[in-house]
Design a protein around this ligand. Structure first.
Ligand code: NOJ
Length: 577
């Protein structure tokens, strides 16, 4: 096999074939040795998935359970709820069987509540059954200290093999919906081209298992795990070639499962994955796009890819609910000054509005973004605007917390927007979790999740804001919310980890906020707790825990946490039957 360094692939055209001696998909880069017009050396090579792993990732760890495990009955002993966690100002708890309830609150009958996960964070089995590598296999294996303790997703929660039991366990708790993501590079090991049948069969069974347990499957197409081959070939989201490749991937997935899965999310948190750019230097294909522009080039392509996938899905089954998952939280001006109020609006524009305005309002970016974006992005064409506008059936929002916003202190917003080298340029706002009085907005989460405070007081205002601003026709879903219990990773006895009072109280208070908003006429259609269990928290590795179940990463045993009981208790108490 002729081997050339990856980035020479730039100048070659790629076709996909199956090598005669194996069922492993290979990618052939065609063209004989020659010199292209710009003088680059071009040759031909054949790459197998195995080659990709060898060249870019190296050896990966595996777990002893590496075939699909059948579910066993969830023992009733593990379904005993914890003692009451909420302490009203009169005696209750174990002695008095009393569930306090506000009789004027209710979740509508069709409100769905579930738990969520994402492929790379939970599946493990990264090289199994034909999966091609994604950028996260490289980031975890090849970029030292990119992830805390250099943790990897090689094994994670071994959910790839243990999903049957995992679904049985959430069903036993009464959970109605399970939101998971599909690994693009399992379905298409090179990101495009030949389809990996084993992966399709795997997700067939995952979806069928949900249905068998009466759990509604909800599928995310892209949760940050860009197929490595696409990143190395053309820069992933930095190239408009991603639009067609994502659309074709979406077409394969929608075609296979649109009759079984009704709720779909195209992209998970594009604000976050676009802000991953620039990716670590010397790791993937180099780009000449200036670092400050890269997130917005990514965003542009992500918006068009979303809209294109949306229309493919709807053309196959018009009854599907398709959206993307936005993220952010309630934004409060630090002071009542006009400058802080303007900074707060800019924060909405450069976060939620970046994706929500094109899809829910105008087919275009917020006006405050345009002076910067118009210097390097082509304007959306009329056809693109038409495709974007309206291409989200619900407003799915991952909303964990709230923060304060203020204008830059050195000359305010005008001085910042006029100075491209200002550190806050182009968004030009400051943010903090601390009130002007010096008090935190609410208790802090684990120190390794410094972005997160328990700030549920603001949930009703936030939901009202989303409804009033973007007017989603199908309502709002809180598609992720959750809390990193402080210092949980330091605990090792399951009974210690399982008792998580701060997370439990967070879920209770958050859902009370949702109930208040519903009572005020905000249309909230569902919510998903993050996460089904502890998992690889991206660059924080396994040091930060978001699960409503604890996972012993050595034995892969699962334990329900108290917060899980508190979470379902809220629906047992308040959902209309
Ligand atoms: C949002 C992301 O979608 C998820 O992957 C992450 O683990 C949680 N937030 C917690 O940070």
């Amino acid at each position: 096999m002729a081997v050339i360094l990856g980035f020479a692939l730039l100048f070659a055209s790629i076709s996909l074939a199956t090598s005669p001696n194996s069922t492993t998909p290979t990618s052939t880069v065609s063209g004989s040795t020659q010199t292209s017009s710009n003088g680059a050396f071009v040759t031909s090579m054949e790459l197998s998935v195995e080659d990709l792993w060898d060249m870019y990732v190296g050896p990966v760890s595996t777990f002893s359970i590496n075939t699909t495990v059948e579910a066993t009955l969830v023992p009733s002993s593990s379904l005993i709820p914890p003692p009451t966690l909420y302490y009203p100002p009169f005696p209750t708890g174990q002695q008095i069987a009393l569930q306090s309830k506000n009789e004027s609150w209710k979740f509508p009958k069709d409100f769905w509540y579930g738990v969520a996960s994402a492929a790379y964070q939970v599946e493990g089995a990264v090289k199994d059954e034909g999966r091609g590598p994604s950028i996260w296999d490289v980031l975890t294996h090849r970029v030292t200290n990119f992830v805390a303790h250099n943790d990897t997703g090689d094994i994670a929660d071994n959910h790839y093999y243990m999903y049957k039991q995992d679904i049985a366990r959430i069903a036993a708790m009464g959970i109605k919906a399970y939101s998971f993501s599909i690994s693009w590079s399992r379905i298409l090991p090179f990101g495009s081209g030949e389809v990996n049948e084993e992966a399709l069969k795997h997700y067939d069974d995952l979806i069928d298992t949900c249905l068998q347990y009466n759990v509604i499957p909800m599928v995310t197409l892209y949760h940050w795990d860009m197929p490595l081959f696409l990143q190395n070939t053309y820069g992933g989201w930095l190239s408009d070639r991603i639009i067609d490749d994502f659309t074709e991937y979406a077409r394969i997935v929608f075609t296979r499962w649109s009759s079984k899965v009704s709720h779909w999310f195209t992209l998970n948190e594009p604000i976050v994955f676009c802000n991953f750019y620039p990716l670590p230097a010397n790791t993937f294909k180099a780009t000449s796009i200036p670092p400050k522009q890269q997130p917005f080039v990514c965003g542009h392509n992500a918006l068009l890819a979303h809209a294109s996938a949306y229309h493919v899905g709807k053309s196959l089954n018009s009854s599907l609910t398709i959206s993307f998952k936005n993220n952010g939280g309630y934004k409060i001006p630090l002071t009542d000054s006009a400058a802080d109020r303007e900074a707060t609006q800019r924060a909405y524009d450069f976060n939620e509005g970046w994706f929500a305005n094109p899809l829910f309002l105008t087919g275009d970016y917020p006006t405050s973004m345009q002076p910067f974006l118009s210097t390097f992005l082509p304007p959306f064409t009329a056809a693109q605007k038409a495709a974007l506008n309206g291409s989200a059936d619900i407003f799915a929002h991952d909303a964990y917390t709230s923060s304060f916003y203020s204008a830059p202190t050195d000359g305010g917003i005008p001085a910042c927007t006029a100075n491209a080298s200002h550190p806050l340029y182009p968004a030009c706002y400051n943010t903090t979790s601390v009130y002007a009085t010096g008090w935190n907005i609410g208790p802090a989460a684990d120190p390794a999740a410094a972005w997160l405070n328990w700030a549920t007081d603001w949930v009703p205002a936030f939901l009202r804001h989303v409804q009033a601003t973007w007017k989603p026709r199908g309502g709002i879903a809180v598609s992720e919310f959750g809390f990193a219990e402080p210092f949980e990773a330091l605990k090792s006895r399951p009974e210690d980890v399982a008792f998580d009072p701060v997370r439990a109280a967070y879920y209770r208070a958050y859902l009370e906020g949702v109930l208040m908003a519903v009572g005020e006429g905000v249309r909230v259609v569902g919510c998903l707790a993050w996460s089904i269990f502890d998992n690889l928290e991206w660059s924080s590795g396994y040091t930060v825990k978001f699960g409503v179940q604890y996972v012993n990463l050595t034995t892969q045993e699962r334990f329900y946490k108290a917060s899980f009981f508190e979470y379902v208790n809220m629906f047992n108490t308040y959902q209309e039957t």
